[in-house]
Design a protein around this ligand. Structure first.
Ligand code: ZN
Length: 426
C-alpha cells in the first residue's frame, strides 16, 4: 500500500503536468492517423517515449509473422508498408513489484462529412472542458494518460519498481493485428491496462466481432433492354434482411455473460457499393456487415452460420441461385473476452479509483471490441479496460472530457504505483 503522503504527491504531480499532457493530446489529435497513415503519429509517440527515457522498440507489421497466430485477422484496406507498432520499456533498478503493460491505439476511424463537424476533426479545439477532434476520445486521450501517469511518478521522485511497457498500437479499429504483433514480438507482463474511453468504469466482458463482405455479380445490359425485373442492387436487400433475422435469433439466444444486457449483439450493414452508370443495369453490388458475437461463441462456427444464412436467402432467388454471392472475410475475425472475476489487478485498479474518485469502481459489459482479448486469451494475462469519459466516438464532434482525463491519469498513476511498486528515482 502506497503511503497517503506519497499518493497526494503523485496526484499533485499529475496536476502539475496536466497542461503538458493536454498539449501532447492536441499534437496527437492533429495528426490524421487513419488506416494506412499512422506512421507520423507513431513517430511522435516513439520520439516522446525517448524523451521520457524509455528504451524504444519500433517495428513494421508483417503479415507473414502474424498470419499463423489464432488471433490474426485478415487484412483489408492498404498494405502494412508504413504500419508500425511502438513499445517503450521501463526497467527498474531492482524488481520488487509486478510487471505491467499500459496500452493504447492511435489508429482512428474516418471522419464522415467534415462539414458536419462544429470544428475540423484534425484541428483539436477545447470548448467547455471538452477537447473535440477525431480520436481525442478513442483513444489518444488514453495514450496520454498512460504516459503521464508514469511521468507523474517520476516528477514525485519515484519510478515503477517493475518492468513497465508503454505500448502504442494500430489496427485496433479493423483487425487488432497491431496488438497481436506485440505478443508475437515477445512482449508479456503480469497484467495489462488499456485506457479506452470507458466512462471511468471497468469493462468486465466484451463481445467478439466479425466483418463480412457479400458481393453479387451478374452480366450487365442497357437499362432499356433489361429483360427481367432482376436488379443486383435490389437483390442484396433480402440477403440483408436474412442477416437481420439471424441478428434477432442471436439476441434471443443470450449467453450467461450477456444475459443482463439489452440486445447485445449488433449487426450493422455499414457499407454498400453497386452500379456505375444511371442508364446501365448494375452488374455488381457488394455490402459489408459488422457482426457482434458472444464471448462464449466460436468464431468459425459463427462464420459457418452467417454464410449459410446468406446462401440460403440467395437460393430463394433464381438469378442469385445461378450466380451465388461471394462471401469474403476481411478485417475482424475476433472472439470476445471475459475478464476473470476477482483478480488482484482489478482490485488494485478499484482501490486507486476509490482513492481518486471517492466512489466505488463501477463495471460494465462492452458491446464493442477492444484489444484486451489478445492478452487475455493468448497469454492468460488479465487485461483491464478503463479510461476517461468521451462522447460521439466514431461520429461527428468526438470529444473527451478533460477533467475526466485528469482523474483517470491520477487513477492510473496510483494503480501503477500499487501494482508495480515504487523505487526512488535517482
Ligand atoms: Zn478504441
Amino acid at each position: 500500500m502506497i503511503p497517503s503522503a506519497i499518493q497526494t504527491q503523485i496526484a499533485h504531480a499529475v496536476d502539475r503536468l496536466f497542461d503538458r499532457q493536454v498539449g501532447l493530446l492536441r499534437e496527437l489529435v492533429s495528426i490524421p492517423s487513419l488506416r494506412g497513415q499512422e506512421a507520423p503519429c507513431q513517430d511522435l509517440v516513439a520520439a516522446t517515449l525517448r524523451q521520457m527515457d524509455y528504451e524504444v522498440d519500433q517495428w513494421q507489421l508483417n503479415v507473414a509473422d502474424l498470419q499463423h497466430h489464432p488471433g490474426f485477422s485478415p487484412v483489408m484496406y492498404t498494405s502494412y508498408e508504413r504500419a508500425y507498432s511502438v513499445v517503450g520499456t521501463h526497467r527498474p533498478r531492482r524488481q520488487q513489484g509486478r510487471s505491467l503493460i499500459l496500452q493504447g491505439h492511435v489508429d482512428t476511424v474516418p471522419t464522415g462529412p467534415v462539414e458536419q463537424w462544429t470544428s475540423p476533426p484534425f484541428a483539436p479545439t477545447i470548448r467547455a472542458g471538452w477537447m473535440y477532434g477525431r480520436a481525442a476520445g478513442d483513444m489518444k486521450s488514453g495514450l496520454t494518460a498512460n504516459l503521464f501517469a508514469v511521468e507523474a511518478l517520476k516528477l514525485a521522485g519515484y519510478q515503477p519498481a517493475a518492468p513497465l511497457y508503454q505500448q502504442s498500437v494500430i489496427e485496433e479499429e479493423c483487425t487488432g493485428n497491431g496488438a497481436l504483433s506485440t505478443l508475437v514480438r515477445g512482449y508479456q507482463a503480469d497484467a495489462v491496462l488499456i485506457s479506452e474511453p470507458h466512462r471511468e468504469q471497468l469493462m468486465t466482458a466484451q463481445v467478439g466481432v466479425i466483418w463480412v463482405q457479400v458481393e453479387v455479380n451478374v452480366v450487365p445490359v442497357h437499362a432499356g433492354y433489361a429483360s427481367s425485373t432482376f436488379n443486383v442492387i435490389e437483390a442484396c436487400f433480402p440477403l440483408m434482411q436474412a442477416l437481420r433475422t439471424l441478428e434477432s435469433q442471436w439476441n434471443a439466444a443470450k449467453t450467461p455473460s450477456f444475459a443482463d444486457v439489452d440486445y447485445p449483439v449488433k449487426f450493422v450493414v455499414s457499407k454498400i457499393q453497386g452500379g456505375e452508370w444511371t442508364s446501365s443495369v448494375p452488374a455488381r453490388c457488394s455490402f459489408d456487415v459488422r457482426i457482434g458475437i458472444y464471448p462464449e461463441w466460436d468464431v468459425a462456427e459463427c462464420q459457418r452460420e452467417i454464410a449459410a444464412t446468406i446462401l440460403q436467402a440467395a437460393a430463394q432467388d433464381p438469378v442469385l441461385a445461378a450466380n451465388p454471392p461471394t462471401i469474403r472475410w476481411h478485417g475482424f475475425l475476433s472472439p470476445g473476452y471475459l475478464l476473470p472475476e476477482n483478480t488482484e489487478v482489478a482490485a488494485a485498479l478499484a482501490h486507486a479509483h476509490e482513492l481518486v474518485c471517492q466512489s466505488p469502481l463501477a463495471h460494465h459489459k462492452g458491446t464493442a471490441l477492444t484489444d484486451s482479448r489478445f492478452y487475455g486469451l493468448y497469454q492468460n494475462t488479465p487485461a483491464l479496460v478503463y479510461g476517461a469519459t468521451a462522447k460521439n466516438i466514431h461520429s461527428f464532434d468526438e470529444a473527451v472530457n478533460l477533467e475526466s482525463l485528469r482523474r483517470v491519469t491520477k487513477v492510473i498513476a496510483l494503480f501503477v504505483a500499487e501494482w508495480c511498486g515504487l523505487e526512488e528515482r535517482i
